[in-house]
Structures are given as structure tokens and as C-alpha cells.
Design a protein around this ligand. Structure first.
Ligand SMILES: Nc1ncnc2c1ncn2[C@@H]1O[C@H](COP(=O)(O)OP(=O)(O)OP(=O)(O)O)[C@@H](O)[C@H]1O
Ligand SMILES: Nc1nc2c(ncn2[C@@H]2O[C@H](COP(=O)(O)O)[C@@H](O)[C@H]2O)c(=O)[nH]1
Length: 307
């Protein structure tokens, strides 16, 4: 009688498959290290990815090989850093405890600030609806006056309390069309399949020329356009602590009807799926803390506290 084909694979086939998987994993880790070394990807982004997926390629990186791939960190600096941060050299990025991870994160930020050839002067803050982009940006405007917060043009109507020229330039469709045709917008997009939003170019160019840092609070489509036209811009993705909290914030804000909330949550899913395109991720647990993380990444000092 003919034998069935469901016999278990012989051990050498298992061994071969395991060794092929190990080679593929080694190659993937080497690619991550090469992209850190060539500054294609920020070490902070790699650390964030390791945190999000401890068993993924970034999570499996040993902390030693991770640090050694950061430009200008050699064996001595790496060992000093691990001693100072109280992290065992045997650890993998995905296996760091919360405090170790926070210490390593702070170490990388301080290092970037010290060795950074240039401040991240043009920074884009994006993220799903109701994550708190507007709240965090307003906090930055109030507490970090060195940063210019760009005021967008929009065709949506003002919400109660919103002021023309402060929150947005509220314009009609004809004016928005004119701004596009005259090349006045750095980027523009129809957001949530509803209204149009765009970033006026002139104030940004003026501020950058004067050496100021500029923050754009815009959607994913706009972030992609800015990256294409100004590759030196740094892109930050603001994340909610959880999906449920995001929904709570959207409903709690109470500025949209149920249909608009649904539309925004659909866009939110698309935006969340694109988070890995960003240079940095910041979780908005607490407004002041998230704002500080954003400005740390911009390397801007806080205003002296008022008496
Ligand atoms: N860290 C936080 N903790 C609790 N609530 C927050 C936090 N940050 C923002 N919120 C609240 O969440 C709601 C949404 O915030 P906000 O309007 O700033 O979001 P947004 O990302 O700008 O939204 P959209 O993209 O829809 O304009 C607001 O009611 C705000 O007060
Ligand atoms: N592409 C752009 N998106 C922008 C701009 N200004 C704001 N936005 C985004 O629109 C949504 C909705 O804002 P809301 O004030 O109606 O709640 C939000 O995601 C903003 O980030 C812009 O100039 N360009």
C-alpha cells in the first residue's frame, strides 16, 4: 500500500529549516544595524519598535550590538553607557525593563542633543484623531515660545471658542483654491474625507530663516508631503495609550456628531497603520510629558518659569 505524505519531516529537514530561519534573522538584524549606522533610521525609532514588538527583529537585537551601531559609539563608550544605565550586556532590546528602557531612551536623546549636527528645526506632529495633537501643540505654544506653531488654513467651520488666525485661518473653498494655485501652501489635503486643510508656506520659511523651530500639527497625508518636499523635517507620531482611550477622548471632546466620529475613527485606523513611517513615536499619557518629549526631540529649551 502507498505511504501517506503526512509523515513527520526527518530531523535534518527541521535542522535545515531552523538554520535558514537563523540566517534570515541574522540578516534582518544586520540590516537594522546598517540603517542606524547610516542614520537612515533613528536609534530611538528602533528602540520604540523593540518595545512595541519584543520578539520582532528590533526586539531581538542585543543592547550591545544596538549601541555599537550608533554612529560614534565604540566599545569603550558602549561599556561605559551600559554601566551607567545599569543594563546587562546580555540583554536584548525587547527584554529591557521599563526603567532601563526609559534610561536608555534619555541617554540617546541627550546624545543626539549633544552631538546633533543640526537641531530638528522643522517637526511634524501627526497621529490619529483625538489623540491630543492640538492639546499637546497648545501646551508647547504656551510653554516653549521659541517654537513657532504653524497656523493652518481650513475650509471647515470654526468650533465654539476657535479664533480665526489663532487656531486656523478659516477660509472658503474659493480662497483655498486660490492659495493652492498661487503656491502659498507647503502641503494640503482633504482630511477625514470632509474638509480641506493646508499649511501656509511663508511663515514657516520666514521662521526657519530666522533660526526658529517650527511645529506643524497635520494629518498623515500632509506629513508624507512634507517629508517628500523637505526631507530634513522630522516626523513624530503621537499615540494614544490604548484604542479605547482614543475613542473615549473623541467622544468626550463632544465636538463631532456620531457620523463624523465614525468617519474619524476609520481614518484613525489608517493613520495608526502608518506609524512606522515616522522618525519618532510619543505616547500621549500625559500632556505635559508628551509635550516635553516632543520638544526634547526638537532640542528646544523651555521658557523660564514665570514667578
Ligand atoms: N493626555 C491626555 N489625557 C487625557 N485627555 C487628553 C489628553 N490629551 C488630550 N486629551 C483630550 O482629548 C481630546 C482630544 O484632544 P485634541 O482635540 O487635542 O485631539 P487632536 O489629536 O488634535 O484631534 P483631531 O485630530 O481630531 O483634531 C480633548 O478633549 C483633550 O482635552
Ligand atoms: N494635511 C493637513 N492636515 C491638517 C492641517 N491642519 C490640521 N490638520 C489635520 O486635520 C485633522 C482634523 O483637524 P480638526 O481641527 O478639524 O479636528 C487633524 O488630524 C489635523 O492634524 C494642515 O494644515 N494640513
Amino acid at each position: 500500500m502507498a505511504e501517506t505524505s503526512s509523515r513527520p519531516a526527518p530531523p535534518e529537514v527541521d535542522r535545515q529549516a531552523a538554520s535558514q530561519a537563523a540566517v534570515a534573522a541574522r540578516r534582518a538584524r544586520a540590516a537594522v544595524k546598517a540603517s542606524i549606522a547610516s542614520r537612515e533610521v533613528s536609534p530611538l525609532t528602533v528602540l520604540d519598535r523593540a518595545t512595541a514588538d519584543p520578539e520582532g527583529v528590533e526586539g531581538r537585537l542585543r543592547v550591545t550590538e544596538f549601541l555599537l551601531s550608533v554612529p560614534a559609539i565604540g566599545t569603550t563608550k558602549m561599556q561605559e553607557a551600559l554601566d551607567r544605565l545599569a543594563i546587562s550586556p546580555a540583554k536584548r532590546l525587547g527584554g529591557l525593563g521599563r526603567h532601563q528602557r526609559l534610561r536608555l531612551r534619555q541617554f540617546l536623546i541627550e546624545r543626539e542633543n549633544r552631538t546633533g549636527r543640526q537641531r530638528n528645526r522643522l517637526v511634524v506632529l501627526a497621529g490619529p484623531t483625538a489623540v491630543g495633537k492640538g492639546t499637546v501643540s497648545s501646551y508647547i505654544r504656551e510653554h516653549y515660545p521659541d517654537v513657532l506653531l504653524s497656523v493652518s488654513a481650513t475650509t471647515r467651520k470654526p468650533r465654539p471658542g476657535e479664533v480665526d488666525g489663532v487656531n486656523y485661518y478659516f477660509v472658503d473653498d474659493a480662497e483655498f483654491d486660490r492659495m493652492i494655485v498661487e503656491g502659498e501652501l507647503l502641503e494640503h489635503a482633504t482630511v477625514h474625507n470632509a474638509y480641506r486643510y493646508g499649511t501656509p508656506r511663508a511663515p514657516i520659511e520666514k521662521a526657519l530663516a530666522a533660526g526658529r523651530s517650527v511645529l506643524l500639527e497635520i494629518d498623515l497625508q500632509g506629513a508624507r508631503q512634507v517629508r517628500a518636499s523637505m526631507p530634513e523635517a522630522r516626523l513624530i507620531f503621537l499615540l494614544p495609550p490604548t484604542w479605547e482611550e482614543l475613542v473615549r477622548r473623541l467622544i468626550g471632546r463632544g465636538t463631532e456628531d456620531t457620523a463624523e466620529q465614525q468617519r474619524r475613527l476609520e481614518t484613525a485606523k489608517v493613520e495608526l497603520a502608518a506609524q512606522d513611517e515616522f522618525d519618532y513615536k510619543v505616547v500621549n499619557h500625559d500632556v505635559a510629558e508628551a509635550a516635553r518629549e516632543v520638544v526634547d526631540l526638537m532640542k528646544v529649551r523651555a521658557a523660564p518659569s514665570r514667578p
